[in-house]
Design a protein. Sequence first.
Length: 174
Amino acid sequence: MSKFSKVVLAVVAAASVLVAGVGVAGAQTPPTTAAAGTQNVVQIAAANPDFSTLVTAVQAAGLAETLSGKGPFTVFAPTNEAFAKIPTAQLNALLADKAKLTKVLTYHVVPGAVKAADLKKKQKVATVEGSKVVIVKTKKGAKIDGAKIIKTDIVGSNGVIHVIDSVIIPADAK
């Protein structure tokens, strides 16, 4: 497996971890720091039904093994509700196009473990996909490429997850 594939997998796993802590209707209680810290980002995501679409996407892209690796990864993880904002036909087409899916998923992953306290007022951060995302932090919260960060700092054994309310897509994948 290539290093890029491993990073993509790590991103998806991290995203899954982030989703695990999201406070949405029907969501399970977020894992404690001790429990989350012993599981990798993929395991955290797979254990939470609010990340089932993300986990399916990570598996379809072949990134699960990579995202289960050493890391560290910072995953901006969209919830099922975030994926539901994408029209069904468009989502199905994305899931069927492994190259595009991998591009989108790795766009949600940043190398290293970046916690909420590390964020600046406004910054551009390189993703595993290769493009940069814009993160804006205000008194009302933080956003990444326009997606609201709704839960932060879900720490796994190989990275950190931040849950987001929308799927972010790189400009050249739209």
